[in-house]
Structure formats: C-alpha cells, structure tokens
Write a protein that binds this ligand. Structure first.
Ligand code: ACM
Length: 753
C-alpha cells in the first residue's frame, strides 16, 4: 500500500513539475525541483546596498499583490536576498534566481539583472491568490538576447496623461523590455514644453478638431483637443523609467511631420505662411525649411530635449517628408547649389547630417526612420526599419546600428483579430501569433552584420486610439509576444507553449487593471481547395483544444451545443459559417464569421505572375478565389497586397465555362498609400498558353467604383482566365506617399455567368 501511495505521489509530482511556470518572456534555463517555499510575514528581505531601489520595489509590489510587507533581515533561512556580484562584467543583464527551502536568492551582475530577477519572481507568485505565496523550488538562469527591447507610443495624435505613461512603463518593465520610444511631436500636436519656444505648447499642443471615424469618411469634430508634458513631468517620468531600467528615447520629428511646430513658428517653413495644427491624419506637405534659422531653432529645441533625456539615442524622425515645398523654394535651390547636392532627396540627407553633427557634438547619437537612408546615411546614425526590413538590412550592411520595427509584425495599431470584431484601426492585420513569429535578425545578414541589429520595437500610433483602455487593448498582449521574441532564445520559441503561459498571465493583467485583448482565442480559418478543385474546404484551427470548436451554418451565433468541428467543412454553396472556441462551455474570444459567395472561380487553380508582398500575402494566391470577400475598409486581412507591381493572375476553371462578368475588389486608402488600379485587363485562353484580350476596365470607371469593380465581358466561353490589375506605380506629387511605390490591394476574383 505504501508503495502505491509513494508511486502516486511521484507521478503527481512529476506531472506538476512539468506544468508550465507562468513566465513571459520564457527564461533561458528553468530547473524546477520538488518542494515549495512559502513567503509569510516573518520572511526577511535583504539586499546589497546598491540594490536599495530594487529592494523597495520588490517590497512595494509584493505588498500591492499579496498584502504582505516584508521586514529587512539577513537571516540564513526564510529570506529573500538580492545580491549584486562584484568585479564581474556589469554590462551583462543576466540574473540567477533560486527558490529553495531556505528562501529565495536573486543574484546578478548589476541592478538591471536584479530587477529582471524580481520580475520573474513576481510572475511566479502572482497568479492565483490562494496559492500566491507558495513558490515551487526552482533554479533559473536567464539573460536577454537583444539589447533593444522597445515599445513606442505616439502621444501626438492622442495625448495620454502622465500617470498613464508610468503605467505603460510599468508594463514595459514587467516584460523585461528596456526602451520606451516616446513620439512627442507630430503634425497633430507638440507635446513637450520647450522653455525657449513657449508657443510650441501654447499654440502647437492644441488642435481645433479631430478626425472622426475612418479616414475615407473625412468627418471631423470641432472640439479643441490637446495637452502636453511640462519639463517637470518629463523629469519625473524619466526618473521613474530609469529606476525601472527603461531608457526613454524621445522623438522630435523633422523635417516632416512638423505642422504643429510650424503652426507656432511658421517662419521655419519655406512659405512662412500661417498654418494650423493638423486635424486630419496622414502626411502633411508643410515641412521645415532647411534655413540656418530653422537649424538654430531645432538645435535649441534639441538642447533642451537632451538636458531632459539622458538617453544615448535621440530620435529625429526623418520619415515621410513630401518635397513639394522644397521643390518650389528658392532657399532650397540655394542650399542644393551651395552644398553641391543632386536633388531634394540629398537635401533631406543634408538636413539629417547637419542635425546629427549637432547631436554628436553633445555626445549623443541620432536614430531615425529608414527614410534617412535615402540620399546617404548620416555617418553615425542608427536606423529604425519600419517600411519592411530592407532599410534595416541596408543599414546593417553599412555597419550602422538598426532597430527593427517592420509594420507587418511590429505595428500594434494594426488589427489584431478579425476586423469585424475589432474597434476601427488604421488597417493591417498583425495577430499575436504573427508578432510572435517575428525574427529580428534577417537571415540574409552575415554573423558580423547581424551584430548591428540591436533588437526590435512595437510601435503604437494613435490616430485611431483615443483612450487609455483602447491603447492597452492594442498593446497587450502583442507586446508580451515581442518581449519574448527579444529576450528568449530563438530555439525555445513555440507559439502553443507561449499562449498557454499567456492565458495564465491574464489573471495578473486583470489584477493590474490592464485592458488586454483576448484575440488569441479567436479561431484561425483557412480555405483550401476541395478535391478536384470542386468547391472549398474550410479548415479551422486554434492553438488550444481543437475539440472545443463549435460552429453554425445558419447565421446564428454558435453556442456549446452547436455543431462540433471534427474535420474541415465542405463548402459547395454560398453560406455563412460562424465558429468559436469554448472553455468549460463558455465562448472564449469572439466568434469568427466567414461569408462564402461561390462563383465559377471559387476554389479553382490560380497562379500569380508577381508574388504579393511578404507582409500582405494572405493565404497565397488562393486568397483571391477562397469564396470570401475582404472588407475594403479593413485591408490586411484576406487581401493580397503588392507594392509597385501589378496583380497578374491566371485562373484555371478546370473546364470550358460560359461567363459574362468578372468582379473583383480593390482597396482605396490613399492615406495608407493604397491606390486603386490604373486599369484592369481580362484575357482568355483555352490552352493556358496563348491568351487573347477580351475586356478592359478603364481608370475612370475604376475611380467611380469605390473599389467594387465589375468588368463586363460579353458572352465568353473559356477555360483559362487571366486578370491583370495594373498598379498605379509611383505615387504622384501632392498625394500621400508621393514618390513612393503605390500599394495595390486586391481580393476575390469572382467569375460569374
Ligand atoms: C512611420 O510609421 N511613419 C514611421
């Protein structure tokens, strides 16, 4: 009998040892062992003198979460000890955490290491009040993979109060991230007090209205909106962040995104004409003029900024600079001549280089968006790669430091779930899983070049985010996924394992009153071709328990008694499928809806001549014939996107079919550089080799279509159909994204009788 009890005990214990420790980011090495240490009122707390803030922080956080306040004591047993090793490489932020019968020891080379050990400890004791003070014996060795583990926040489009900024920094610190990129100035508001130029905040911090709803609706309210941080606020926040081992990198945008500054001091624009703080989102043509007076102004501003922020890097923006004003400015022509520059692009490079010289003279470095590569990179500049990863690769090859923030993975203003269930967002489709799948070091770089990749950062632009609750919802949990990408070992990454730990964190986030998104519960659907390309199959997946998926096909919301998903659903007629994931009989997350409209082309073989962008490749070419129309207001999900290239698709209908009309949808969102196609051409063929043109849709009709494009082609009989949607190419001056490649977004090509 004793043997049986001992055996059962061993089995139970082995199982519990294998259970997940709720740690994000996942530590490099975790060695659990049998037993628990219990924190109680007589547990002592001891730290080396140099870790006095960390000791207070731990005690305060413990009190907040458990109601226990520890007393200071250096007893051998029943104590928590924070130790900083002397005479070791203090630059390495590693820590060692040991929980044993004598108590808990966190040892590290520096204060940051101790702080990270504390974050791990807090995550170990936090999740279930009843057990919160019982900590399993464990030994953890841990160290970060990247040195730049960043989160950005745009406080220009919407302003967030000082106390919220501290909460944001707390969240950054909790997940062992260490950079807060504070986007303080833009067209729609200047948010930092500058003593020498008081009008920057008196005038530039206030706008007369704001855009309401989607950009395409062009609706505005007329409420004055604004706010700014005083220099005292900033000092308080910088101190708060520094203690939590978070470096704040301030961003002062130039030469573009400067309308708010120019509303206060129009003399620094080329025209000198009075302007108002921006009320619309997008890119403004009014930018700083590269005059000596402007440089003096910016140097004075940056001097005050550098006094306030001790960071090595100062972000100077550099993105999206329309050249319209510069092209017609005599002063710009003079500067171009004087400095022997080729054009306005080199003028922008001159602008950034001149600012860099000044910033370097103060012992600091500049970092800018990847446009600062154009016309030649400033000698010491670091690059933040946002328009994909190519800018980052180019900069690393030139031996410049890089922070990766490619939109498709790192823009947390994008949709994170099925857009129909989400609050209005700028667009895109960046799920937690997509962020988690991001690898910051491109495999095209050599080992030496890879050293220039400092890390990555999640960006939160706030055009469509006006409240702190909404901001938390967009940031969390995507930032936890990125935190793990940036901290943990690459070979340890496993999404299913991550989400199982993340669900345990939801209790912690609840207790901290952080309004996180539950989009991880949203099911993933994928249409695939049915046998013989006859209709479709709908595959539904979840990283959780697949047997807990329920669905309906009658339009009703699924409940736990609805049909159980056991295998891919055959879709051979137009219908609505709604599906959801359930736990303990309760729906988790939002249901997904897939509205199928079948046509002759649905589920058929399709090939593309030009592959779509890596970031907008949907479910490959098949996305265009998967029976579901993308929502034009919400690009990124269920769309294919090409940058500067045509969509050129050949559909094989399987046999000769009669048809008279082709329908396709294109996105029209100039503010995101997405433009309707120039024209659409339809060709047919009976052998898939020789095609003849049978129909064209003109630019005029396409422009009037608002994206729902119909192409009549008379009565046609054919097996192969080729549809070419011509991309606009380079965007014309005066339009958003001028001079850049236009994006072309297309979905569902339906061929109808
Ligand atoms: C950016 O998103 N314009 C850097």
């Amino acid at each position: 009998m004793k043997k049986i009890v001992a055996f059962i005990f061993l089995v139970v214990f082995t199982i519990s040892l294998k259970a997940q420790l709720p740690l994000i980011p996942k530590p490099n090495s975790i060695k659990p062992s049998v037993g628990y240490f219990v924190i109680n009122k007589s547990t002592g707390l001891f730290s080396d003198k140099v870790a006095s803030f960390e000791m207070k922080y731990l005690n305060d956080e413990l009190f907040l979460r458990t109601g226990i306040k520890l007393h200071s004591s250096n007893s051998k047993s029943n104590s928590i000890k924070l130790i900083i090793h002397k005479n070791v490489d203090s630059l390495s932020d590693l820590y060692h955490l040991e929980v044993s019968k004598n108590g808990i020891t966190i040892s590290a080379n520096n204060n940051a290491g101790v702080f990270y050990g504390i974050q791990t400890l807090l995550q170990l004791i936090n999740f279930d009040k009843k057990q919160s003070l019982k900590i399993q014996y464990v030994e953890i060795d841990d160290t970060p993979r990247y040195s730049w583990r960043g989160m950005h926040l745009d406080v220009s489009r919407h302003f967030f109060p000082k106390n919220f900024i501290k909460k944001y920094i707390d969240c950054i610190a909790m997940y062992k991230m260490n950079v807060f990129h504070w986007h303080l100035t833009d067209d729609q508001g200047w948010r930092i007090e500058i003593k020498k130029y008081p009008k920057l905040t008196e005038v530039g911090a206030w706008r007369k209205g704001s855009m309401v709803g989607a950009y395409s609706e062009q609706k505005f309210d007329t409420f004055q909106y604004g706010g700014f941080y005083t220099q005292d606020d900033i000092r308080e926040i910088v101190n708060y962040a520094t203690l939590r081992h978070v470096t704040i990198v301030p961003e002062i945008e130039m030469p573009g995104h400067s309308l708010a500054a120019l509303s206060a001091y129009p003399e620094f624009s080329c025209s000198g004409k009075p302007v108002n703080v921006g009320v619309s989102w997008g890119v403004e043509n009014n930018v700083y003029c590269p005059s000596d007076e402007t440089f003096k102004f910016l140097e004075n501003v940056l001097s005050e900024v550098m006094e306030l922020f001790p960071s090595k890097y100062i972000h100077i923006g550099g993105d999206e600079v329309p050249k319209n004003e510069w092209v017609i400015s005599p002063l710009c022509k003079d500067v171009i001549r004087r400095e022997n520059l080729k054009d306005e692009h080199e003028l922008q490079s001159y602008f950034i280089k001149r600012i860099e010289k000044f910033v370097n003279s103060k012992g600091r470095q500049i970092i800018g968006w990847d446009e600062i590569l154009e016309g030649g990179l400033a000698p010491n500049a670091a690059v933040m790669s946002w328009r994909g990863i190519e800018g980052g690769i180019a900069a690393a090859k030139q031996k410049h430091n890089v922070v990766m923030t490619p939109g498709g993975y790192c823009y947390f203003d994008h949709y994170q779930g099925n857009p129909q269930n989400e609050p209005l967002a700028i667009g895109g489709y960046t799920t937690v899983e997509k962020t988690y799948s991001y690898e910051p070091t491109p495999d095209t770089l050599t080992v030496d070049e890879s050293k220039y990749i400092l890390g990555a950062q999640g960006n939160v632009w706030t055009e469509y985010i006006s409240t702190t609750k909404h901001l938390e919802y967009m940031s969390v949990p995507r930032m936890t996924a990125l935190a793990e990408v940036l901290w943990s070992k690459k070979e340890q990454r496993n999404y299913t394992d991550f989400v199982s730990r993340l669900t345990l964190h939801f209790k912690l986030l609840d207790s901290l009153k952080i309004n996180y998104s539950k989009s991880i519960y949203e099911l993933t659907t994928k249409s695939i071709a049915n046998e013989n390309n006859n209709g479709l199959k709908l595959v539904i997946t979840t990283p959780f328990d697949t047997t807990a998926i329920r669905y309906t096909t009658d339009g009703s919301v699924p409940n736990f008694k609805s049909l159980k998903y056991v295998k891919p659903l055959i879709i051979n007629e137009s219908k609505m499928v709604k599906a959801a994931y359930f736990e303990n009989g309760k729906m988790k997350g939002n249901p997904v809806e897939r509205k199928f409209n079948l046509s002759l082309s649905t589920g058929k073989k399709i090939e593309l001549v030009n592959q779509p962008s890596e970031y907008y490749k949907g479910n490959g070419a098949f996305t265009l014939v998967d029976g579901v129309n993308g929502d034009p207001l919400k690009h990124g999900f269920n769309w294919l996107g090409w940058s500067g290239r045509n969509m050129d698709a050949v559909i094989d209908l399987g046999k000769t079919e009669s048809f008279s009309e082709i329908n396709l949808t294109a996105v029209n969102k100039p503010e995101s550089w997405i433009y309707l196609p120039k024209q659409i051409l339809v060709y047919i063929s009976n052998d898939g080799v020789d095609f003849i043109k049978v129909a064209t849709q003109s630019e005029e009709v396409i422009q009037k279509s608002n994206g729902k494009i119909k192409i009549g082609c008379g009565n046609i009989q054919s097996r192969y159909v080729k549809v070419v949607a011509e991309c606009l190419g380079k965007i014309a001056e005066g339009m958003p994204g001028a001079g850049e490649n236009a994006w072309l977004f297309i979905d569902e090509i339906s061929i109808n009788k």
